[in-house]
Design a binder for this molecule. Structure first.
Ligand code: ADP
Ligand code: ASP
Ligand code: MG
Length: 412
């Protein structure tokens, strides 16, 4: 029988009523003749609570124990979903990551999937089971320890299962009815897109649009998974949601197709470092070893052989970054006067494939922000995006102003 993957995010399984509602959707697909693999997230708020407890006990925690704790939320929903389906007389069974087993590398808290054997679950399908409920977000390392795939990782579990089982489609059920031109929570003018290209979705996700985890889009693109984002609160329909697909399948094309933001950015500045060959390697090597995801970097013009180096990273990695740099200084590998962390910044980005062939987007973006009196602290560009770091208090204003300036409320 054809296989369908259905993933339910935290708000879609937030309580027993919602689990029942999600299970009903699964029942509809089973009735159409699909064998269904359901991927569940933790009930909304649960993972945050678990992360909070870990950080309270140990701010610079052992990532193996972090994973042992934060993976737990999904175990509960997987079991509850299987029970709900059984109550509906649908043969269902739950699997935790290690039982599949979903094998990952050892990069705890941000592990990458290495393989998903299908024999175990397929064997059960062959015996008449109709739904395999799998706990999202978690896997098992070569050392036999539980790993997690990074925040939002259930999306990636879902796409990886769709690829491994050659599923007809991967449906991501969430609390919005598709991918919008920007987060609909920030502006009511945000417009739902019927289709979005993999490349654009990849940029939006990596720049903060958490509707899909970046890795999930990467996998869907690589394995050509038919990926759809839709709401678990709306009536079922074949046209619902947003299809994430190849660029060629899209007619509508605007220069800028979406605005993304990331609230949890920090800007760190090393004041007065020696400007010599190898200094960047001496700074960013230890940061990378400490697992700090450095994003934007600027090096100022040197004066009398010394310069300031600024970079951005997620706010929750500031402690790690400070420790790594302090240790590098103590070893004598780098020398700086001061290290200043600004945790009140946010990143706002404009994304669009059309930027490849059209100039003037950066100028328009900078003018729009300047008209609103918003100061730009750092700029980064690539072929299809422009990002700026600004004071966090202006983040929503910036998103709204850019959405207006690029007329994203209007279809192309
Ligand atoms: P889930 O728990 O279902 O995985 P998430 O909270 O991870 O849901 O992702 C859905 C949220 O993503 C939405 O509620 C919305 O606020 C946010 N979001 C950010 N950018 C976008 C966008 N461009 N389109 C749709 N949703 C977006
Ligand atoms: N529960 C995990 C998180 O909140 C994984 C997910 O929901 O995708 O990050
Ligand atoms: Mg999510």
């Amino acid at each position: 029988m054809p296989v369908l993957v259905m993933k339910f995010g935290g708000t879609s399984v937030a309580n027993i009523d919602r689990i029942r509602r999600a299970a009903k959707r699964v029942g509809l697909e089973v009735a159409k003749g699909y064998d269904v693999i359901v991927i569940v997230s933790a009930m909304s708020g649960k993972t945050n609570e678990l992360v909070g407890w870990v950080n309270e006990i140990s701010p610079l925690h052992d990532a193996r124990e972090y994973d042992a704790v934060v993976s737990a939320g999904e175990n509960v929903t997987a079991g509850l979903m299987a029970l709900t389906l059984q109550e509906m007389d649908i043969p269902a069974r739950s699997w935790q990551g290690w039982q599949v087993p979903l094998k990952t590398n050892s990069a705890h808290s941000a592990a990458r999937i290495e393989s998903i054997p299908t024999d175990n679950i397929n064997g059960r399908f062959a015996q008449g089971m109709r739904v395999a409920v799998v706990a999202g977000f978690q896997g098992i390392s070569p050392e036999g320890r539980i790993t997690t795939l990074g925040r939002g990782g259930s999306d990636t579990t879902a796409v990886a299962f769709a690829a491994a089982f050659d599923a007809e489609r991967c449906d991501i059920y969430t609390d919005v009815d598709g991918v919008y031109t920007t987060d609909p929570r920030i502006t009511s003018k945000a417009r739902k897109l019927d289709k979005i290209a993999f490349e654009e979705m990849l940029e939006l996700a990596s720049l903060g649009a958490k509707v899909l985890q970046t890795r999930s889009v990467e996998l869907a693109m690589r394995y050509n998974v038919k990926l759809r984002v839709l709401s678990s609160f709306e009536e079922p329909s074949d046209e619902a949601g947003t299809l994430v697909c190849a660029e060629e399948e899209i007619m509508e094309s605007k220069v800028v197709s979406g605005i993304a933001y990331s609230r949890d950015e920090a800007k760190m500045t090393l004041i007065s470092v020696a400007d010599r060959p190898g200094i960047a390697a001496a700074i960013f090597g230890p940061l990378s070893e400490a697992g700090v995801n450095v994003d934007m970097i600027i090096q100022n013009i040197a004066e009398e052989g010394r310069t300031d180096m600024t970079f951005s990273c997620p706010t929750d990695q500031v402690l790690r970054a400070e420790k790594a740099l302090r240790e590098a200084k103590e070893r004598g590998d780098i020398n700086y006067h001061d290290l200043v962390a600004d945790t009140n910044v946010a990143k706002v980005s404009a994304v669009g494939i059309g930027m490849r062939s059209q100039s003037g987007v950066a100028a328009k973006m900078f003018k729009t922000l300047s008209d609103e009196g918003i100061n730009i602290k750092v700029i980064a560009t690539s072929e299809i995006k422009i990002s700026v770091l600004i004071d966090r208090k202006y983040m929503e204003l910036a998103v709204q102003a850019l959405h207006d300036a690029f007329e994203l409320d209007k279809a192309a």
